[in-house]
Design a protein around this ligand. Sequence first.
Ligand code: F0G
Length: 483
Amino acid sequence: MSLPTASPVRTDLAYQVCINAACRATFSVDETHFACPSCGDLLDVAYDWDRLPVPSSLRDFEARWADRLDPLNFSGVWRFRDLLPFAPPGMIVTIGEGQTLLQNAEKVAQYVGMNPGRLRLQYEGMNPSGSFKDNGMTAAFTHARMVNAQRVACASTGNTSAALAVYCSATDFGFKAIIFIGSGKIAYGKLAQALDHGALTIQIVGDFDDAMQRVKQVADRLGIYLMNSVNPFRLEGQKTIMYRVLEASGWEPPDWVVVPGGNLGNSSAFGKAFIELKHLGLIDRVPRLAVINATGARTLDHLVNQEDLTWRKGDPDIARACHYFQKLDDGGVKASTIASAIEINRPVNLKKCLRALEFCGGVVRQVSDQEIMDAKARVGAGGLGCEPASAASVAGAKKLREEGVIAPGDRVVCILTGHQLKDPTATVAYHGTDQDNFEKVLGSRGVRRAGFANRPVVVVNDLDDIIRTIALYSDVEDGPAGG
Ligand code: F0G
């Protein structure tokens, strides 16, 4: 991995570098690029670790718990600031993100087929905007402030836009939010956030892939700061999800990290986190990464498992991806899944994800909408609850367990990327009794059964009827009042 080495031409402690092995152009962190100006590839944020103060042990970070009145120590992102040292502390934009939880979930472990205590859920829905995106937003907004940006934009399936809107409304640095969404392609909880937080919300006819193409052009033409995960500073913030997983595990890496794959920002960031931690000698073992696509948006799964696309030291055979995209276009194939957050066919971070997969001995799988909705119901019944895309991680872990790739005694962490209330439509369609609604929302996507549904019970408003119903449906014995 070439990532952690200092660039021969830069004297900065932090800088940007092109990931393309044949290019490796470097840029100051004071510049704003969303693609390499030399070759158009993705950029990384890189550090001259030899000249930076790096903790000798991850345990050193624990000292910061004692000083949580300092907003930088309170933040679950910036208390690890030594591992993303691109910003002067005075420039950091934080709204208290990253107060998240690694939850032991025994019933979910059983569903997945794991031994007791072996499956945990990293619940990123606890972030201020209800998804993992806040980890990245705090870092990208910090960079936006460093370069004096005012107007900030993104294309989104809903969570990036919600986070962007929250950061604009909750801070006082004059940021103005402009978001692009595919019309009808965003769950209601997320649309509600964009509107309520005052973002200029542009609904275009098309899907996320169309919106992404468009926002890049608009940002380029109008000089607007782009907040999508092509922005390398976003991914610096998202590395900290892994630091918190390690922190909550007594700094002992799990055997597996399982994450849904959409635009592939998280998987890329996790890989970068582990590459750097290993380089710095802060961990001696790297977890394996499992990236889970929805069947209706399975670009990564196809390219890795069918086309054998690999990182190849920074020179992946990207013609294979172009060929696949051409085939999709020729067939008029659009991404389609109930997990609207990951309804993406052209993941912008594809190459960085390949790097992560190589370093972390990664695997990729796809799961159907049926598997996603069943896993989501099991998470809700046995954990903190999540939106459909997040449940792809649990469905994927179950699949890998059934294949024997994950062993029952492995220590597995599934990332729950977004809050349950982000997409009430999918949840109510699954559990509800309205057959037409089930067909419209889920049946149309190939979901045939709601095998784990918790049906609402309709009763006339009569005391005896209600008591009879409770006796019929509840499995708890009657006891003395207050018992
Ligand atoms: N889970 C949720 C809840 C998401 O919102 C997203 C992405 C993903 C997983 C996929 O993560 O892109 O890092 O692979 N949502 C983006 C958005 C695309 O616009 O909100 P990824």
